[in-house]
Every structure is written in C-alpha cells, then in structure tokens.
Design a protein around this ligand. Structure first.
Ligand code: MG
Length: 231
C-alpha cells in the first residue's frame, strides 16, 4: 500500500498517497556515539523509494537474500502537507501536516560495507518494506514536536527510548533543509532520526514502536515461505 492514513477525529480519517520518503541520519548524539560516528554540520539525508513503505506495519519477510543483520531504528515521521521549495522556517512549520511513528529499517551489514567502500546506502536503507509507518495524527493535536517520547520494544523488552527534544536538527530545520535541496510535495514523508539502542531483529520478533501517548506501530518479522514455481 502506498498511502498513509491521517486521522482527523474519532471516526474520520483521510488516505493520502505517499510521494518521496526521506530519511535523516545521525540526528541524536547518543546514536552517533553508539555508531562511532561524528556529528554532521548539515542534515545527512538519504532516500527510500515508495516501495519501501509498509503502511500500518504488520509483517515483513526477513530479507535474507540481502542481509544477515536487520536493524530497527524507531523514529518520528513527518507528513508534508503542501508543496515547499526553499521554505522559510515559518513555511516549513506550517507545512508539517501530520506526525507518525516509523521504523527506519536498516541492513546494518550492507550499510557498514557501503560506508567502508564509499558507496551509496540505497540497498541498506531502501529495500522493499524498509519503511513501516503508523497512522498519522494531525500536528495540531499532538503537542510540541520537539517534546515527544519515542520508545521501541522487541518481544516486550525495551530497546530504544528517547525524546524528540534530543534531536540535533529540529523538525523545522529538517523540512527547511530538504525543501532547499529536493523540494517537497504533499504526501512526502521524512524520517527524522533515531535515538540510541538500535539492534538486530530476527525471524519471529515483534517490534513495537510508540510516539507520545497515541501513536503505535507493530511489526512482526516473518520467514519467507518459498513456493515452487509452476512449470
Ligand atoms: Mg534512521
């Protein structure tokens, strides 16, 4: 499914087609430390194709044909509500129509290899199903964007916990930056970075993410069932 659901009220929601999916890397100091990386002077941006979207979560076949090290990264995800090009801070602020919680799923072995060889992260970050997201709530109903609790459990055990106050680049700064490089359209999503605690997901695991009081995302990792091709 290439649409997300924006909740307007107790009984009303809107389906919005998703365009481009952007991700911001290295946006929490504690995660930079655990990756043995260094802080960037400007946001580190990567792109996931629309086929990466897994709207509402559910289940994902472990991508064993690509990797042996699938990592979770729980993140606040922004839904862009209007076209933006070289936005001012005020324009960026008013263009953030909704927020959700998502997992920036990452093939860590492929990413490490790409970093070492100076190659792009597209396979590590953009494989099919690498962008599960929850439903979205309207920005004006969730309180301050830079004070939202984020957490992720795997099989009920806490793995990641943080607050969007810890972001190095704020949501407005991120939207402004992406608008200056790529331009944005209604339906674009932006993953805003992950706090520390990233670790492996394996077949049979249930990952659950939460943002604030009301946003929840569940994802079960399943084994691919191979079916014989008919001759
Ligand atoms: Mg990430």
């Amino acid at each position: 499914m290439t649409e997300i659901s924006l909740i307007h009220g107790p009984h009303t929601s809107e389906s919005i087609p998703v365009g481009s999916i952007y991700g911001i890397g290295l946006n929490y100091a504690d995660h930079i430390a655990e990756m043995h990386s260094t802080r960037a002077e400007e946001p580190v941006v990567f792109i996931k194709p629309a086929t990466a979207l897994l709207s509402g979560g559910g289940s994902l076949d472990y991508p064993a044909h690509l990797s042996q090290c699938l990592h979770h990264e729980v993140e606040m995800v922004l839904l862009v509500g209007q076209p933006l090009w070289q936005a001012t801070a005020a324009e960026a602020q008013s263009a953030i129509l909704g927020v959700g919680v998502g997992f920036d799923l990452t093939l860590r072995d492929r990413q490490s290899e790409a970093k070492a060889k100076g190659r792009p992260w597209s396979v590590a970050k953009g494989f099919k199903g690498s962008a599960p997201v929850s439903q979205f709530l309207r920005t004006d109903t969730v309180g301050p964007l830079q004070n939202q609790n984020l957490r992720l459990t795997v099989n009920g055990q806490l793995r990641q916990q943080g607050n969007t106050a810890q972001m190095l680049f704020s949501c407005v700064e991120i939207v402004q930056y992406v608008s200056t490089v790529f331009a944005l359209r209604r339906g674009d999503l932006i993953f805003t970075g992950t706090p520390e605690g990233v670790s492996e997901l394996n077949i049979g695991d249930l990952a659950e993410g939460r943002l604030g009081e009301h946003l929840h995302l569940g994802l079960e990792i399943t084994a691919k069932i191979r079916t014989e091709a008919k001759l």
